[in-house]
Design a protein around this ligand. Structure first.
Ligand SMILES: Cc1cc2nc3c(=O)[nH]c(=O)nc-3n(C[C@H](O)[C@H](O)[C@H](O)COP(=O)(O)O)c2cc1C
Length: 325
C-alpha cells in the first residue's frame, strides 16, 4: 500500500489499556507527565451479572472524579465479555457513574478469556461483535461515545474488514485497531498497512495501535495507517515521557526525553503508591515489572534491572533506586 500523507501536527495520543500494568496509579503518573490525551482502563470482565459500583471503582477509581485522572485526562471504561445484553447493562451502569466513554475489548488473547468466548475469539464471529456493539450503543446515552478495540483477527486476517464494518454498522463512535492477529501475539512487526486498509473501508475515526516505541515509529505508523490518533501501550511504559516527545516532534522540535534521575523519581513515587495499595510481598514485583518494561528503551534500566532482580527486601530495593538519583 502507498504511504498516505498525514498531517502529523494533529492527532491524539492514547495510553493503551494494559491489564496488570496500566492501573489507576500508572494512569495518574503518566498522564501527569503530559503528552497523553486519553486513557483506557484495564479490561473489566463481565460474566453473569451487573457489577456493583464498588467493583467499577476498583478498576476505575477515576469514576469518583468525573472520569478523569488528577491531571484532567479522561479515562475510558473498557468492558470485556460476550453477552450483548449483559454488557449493555454494565455499560449503562458505568455511564451512570460518569464514564466519559465505554470501550469494548475484541482483542484479548488470554486463554481463560477466549475459552469463555471473550476477547479475540469473537473476531471469528462478526455478527456477535455487531450485536454487542449495537446493544451497548443503545443502552448508553447518545452523548457518551461507545468505542471498540480489535485485533486484525483471531487466527488470520480474513475477517478484519468484516469486523470493522460490523463495528461501524452497529453504531460505534470510533475503532482502535491493534495491527496483529491473536496468533501473532505481540511479535513484531505490527501490520500498520492493514489499519490503512480498514480505514479506507469504514467511515468512523480509526485509532492505530501496535509497536510504537519512538517518534520515528509514530510517524511511520501514521503514514502507513493514515490515522491521526495513535494508541501506545508498551512504548509509554518503557518511556513514560514518549507522549511529550511525540508532541515536541509534532511541533518540529526534537526531544531527548527525560533524564534518568527524573524517571527514578517517578519510579520511587510509584513505589509509594504501590506500597499503599498492595500487601508488601507483591510490591517488589510491580517495581521490577516497570523497570523490566523500560529495558528495551533505556540502557540504565537494563543495568539496574539486573542489579535488583533478586532483591525482595523493600528497604534494600528503595535504597538501590535512591542511589541512582
Ligand atoms: C501486559 C498487557 C496487558 C494488556 N491488557 C489489555 C487490556 O486490558 N485491554 C486491551 O484492550 N488490550 C490490552 N493489551 C493490549 C494493548 O492495549 C495493546 O493493544 C498492545 O500492547 C499493542 O500495543 P503496543 O505495541 O503499543 O504495546 C495488553 C497488552 C499487554 C502487553
Amino acid at each position: 500500500m502507498n504511504a498516505t500523507k498525514v498531517n502529523t501536527q494533529t492527532g491524539k495520543i492514547i495510553l493503551a489499556p494494559m491489564e496488570g500494568v496500566v492501573d489507576a496509579t500508572m494512569r495518574h503518573l503518566i498522564s501527569r507527565l503530559g503528552g497523553v490525551d486519553l486513557c483506557v482502563t484495564e479490561f473489566i470482565r463481565i460474566t453473569g451479572y451487573v457489577l456493583p459500583e464498588k467493583e467499577f471503582l476498583k478498576s476505575a477509581p477515576e469514576l469518583a472524579t468525573q472520569g478523569r485522572t488528577a491531571a484532567g485526562i479522561p479515562v475510558v471504561i473498557q468492558l470485556l465479555g460476550s453477552e450483548p445484553e449483559l454488557l449493555a447493562m454494565n455499560a449503562e451502569r458505568a455511564a451512570q457513574m460518569g464514564a466519559p466513554a465505554i470501550d469494548l475489548n475484541f482483542g484479548c488473547p488470554s486463554k481463560t478469556v477466549n475459552k469463555h468466548r471473550g476477547g479475540a475469539v469473537l473476531l471469528d464471529e462478526p455478527d456477535i461483535i455487531h450485536d454487542i456493539v449495537r446493544a451497548v450503543r443503545q443502552a448508553v446515552p447518545a452523548n457518551i461515545p461507545v468505542t471498540a478495540k480489535m485485533r486484525l483477527g483471531n487466527l488470520d486476517k480474513s475477517l478484519a474488514i468484516d469486523n470493522a464494518l460490523a463495528i461501524q454498522e452497529a453504531g460505534a463512535n470510533s475503532l482502535a485497531v491493534h495491527a496483529r492477529t491473536k496468533v501473532e501475539g505481540y511479535k513484531p512487526p505490527a501490520h500498520w498497512e492493514w489499519i490503512g486498509r480498514i480505514k479506507e473501508r469504514v467511515d468512523l475515526p480509526v485509532v492505530a495501535n501496535g509497536e510504537v516505541w519512538n517518534c520515528e515509529d509514530y510517524q511511520r505508523c501514521r503514514e502507513l495507517s493514515g490515522c491521526d490518533d495513535v494508541m501506545i501501550g508498551r512504548g509509554l511504559i518503557a518511556r513514560p515521557e514518549l507522549g511529550l516527545m511525540i508532541k515536541s516532534f509534532q511541533l518540529g522540535q526534537s526531544s531527548e526525553g527525560e533524564a534518568w534521575s527524573k524517571i527514578i523519581l517517578l519510579l520511587l513515587e510509584y513505589f509509594d503508591f504501590v506500597e499503599q495499595k498492595l500487601p508488601p510481598k507483591y510490591v517488589h514485583g510491580r517495581i521490577k515489572q516497570w523497570l523490566h518494561m523500560m529495558r528495551p528503551q533505556r540502557g540504565e534500566a537494563e543495568k539496574l534491572f539486573f542489579e535488583v532482580k533478586t532483591i525482595n527486601d523493600l528497604n534494600d530495593l528503595r535504597s538501590i533506586l535512591e542511589r541512582e538519583l
